[in-house]
Design a protein around this ligand. Structure first.
Ligand code: SF4
Ligand code: SF4
Length: 345
């Protein structure tokens, strides 16, 4: 373990994530957005997003990720994708339940780059129990098939938790059979509904690393995972705006930071917020010695470091080399950022 030197300075964002809506047609127990069935009237309309995107493109953004909630739960997201796709690599994170052949062809036609589809299990028993909606696995798989028929690359994402960690290998095989290029096994974050369900759904670090180590991706399928050594501190390059127009740096910081209202001030003013600058600088208390020079982990993810330690510069306890005896199943009370009002309505 060593004290790292910090992240490369970036004067403009290269990537932006848009949290398009906090509404969804599913009720996942792991939902970080704590989605409602209907979008709030306070969510930004498509025309505002298009104006904001132009500001981002002028600032140099070359990659746009659109997520939610379920972005396709608000059909006007298609206008935003159509505006973004000719100007930047544009990706969509979706549960795919609202994708039929016509929607997939439309997404392809307006230039979507690829789709990231969340599945929560390899069986309906597990997936539907976690989404709270019977038949949702079948509908997501039908959506993946439609996306593939339209020629769109698909990456399957799965948030690992206590109910699905024993069926990750079948999930890899299912994803490959459905034509996915990759599966991303994602660490659980104590946010939204998953924070409230943490006692039932969380795993120890040992359980999660053992589950990852046991995976054997089928031929042709790329496996991605967000534990060591892929748990880099990527705050240095991130920008994100939530459904209400608040600049929050990263969707995983959604409950902790608020850098300002990008509908009332230029985004680049929020980029200069002292906390935002501090997180981008990557000056952390400790980092993995090997990775500080090779993988640039810079102490791992700031969201989980803050959730478990209440300090922005603390080590990320999801990293085995930095865990320091933290039991990831024992979540401390929500840290309250000093002087920062909650951004969500
Ligand atoms: S599909 Fe995604 S957005 Fe919808 S409830 Fe589940 S986690 Fe939330
Ligand atoms: S909070 Fe974590 S995932 Fe988000 S940008 Fe920072 S290090 Fe990356």
């Amino acid at each position: 373990m060593t004290a790292p030197g910090g992240s490369p300075p970036l004067h403009r964002p290269m990537k932006v994530t848009i949290g398009y809506t906090e509404s969804c047609n599913l009720d996942c127990r792991v939902c970080y957005a704590d989605c409602a069935r209907r979008p709030s009237p306070r969510e930004l309309p498509a025309a505002t997003w298009i104006r904001l995107l132009d500001e981002f493109f002028e600032a140099g953004v070359i990659s746009v990720m659109i997520e939610g909630g379920e972005p396709l739960h608000r059909p006007d997201v298609l206008e935003v994708i159509a505006h973004a796709a000719p100007r930047a690599m544009t990706r969509l994170r979706t549960n795919a339940t609202l994708v039929d052949d016509a929607m997939a062809a439309r997404l392809r036609g307006i230039g979507l780059g690829d789709a990231m589809v969340d599945l929560l299990g390899a069986t309906a028993a597990t997936h539907d129990a976690l989404t709270g909606v019977a038949g949702s696995l079948e509908r997501s798989l039908a959506g993946i098939r439609a996306l593939r028929r339209a020629g769109l690359p698909v990456t399957v994402l799965v948030i690992m938790n206590r109910l699905n960690h024993r069926e990750l290998q079948p999930l890899l095989e299912l994803a490959q059979a459905e034509g996915a290029e990759a599966v991303g096994v994602l660490r659980p974050y104590p946010l939204g509904r998953l924070r409230r369900d943490w006692a039932a759904l969380s795993l120890s670090l040992e359980e999660m690393t053992a589950a990852i180590a046991a995976l054997r991706p089928p031929p042709g399928l790329r496996l991605m995972q967000s534990w060591h050594p892929n748990d880099a501190n990527c705050c240095w390059q991130m920008a994100a705006v939530n459904a209400y127009g608040r600049s929050i740096g990263c969707m995983y910081l959604r409950e902790y930071v608020d850098y300002g209202d990008v509908t009332a001030m230029p985004f680049l003013e929020t980029w200069e917020d002292p906390l935002y600058r501090h997180l981008r600088a990557g000056k952390v208390e400790a980092s993995c010695a090997g990775c500080a020079s090779t993988q640039h982990t810079h102490g791992g993810c700031r969201s989980t470091a803050y959730a478990f330690h209440g300090r922005w510069d603390a080590p990320d306890p999801f990293d085995a080399g930095l865990n320091g005896g933290v039991d990831l199943r024992a979540l401390p009370p929500l840290p309250v950022p000093a002087g920062r009002p909650p951004h969500a309505p």
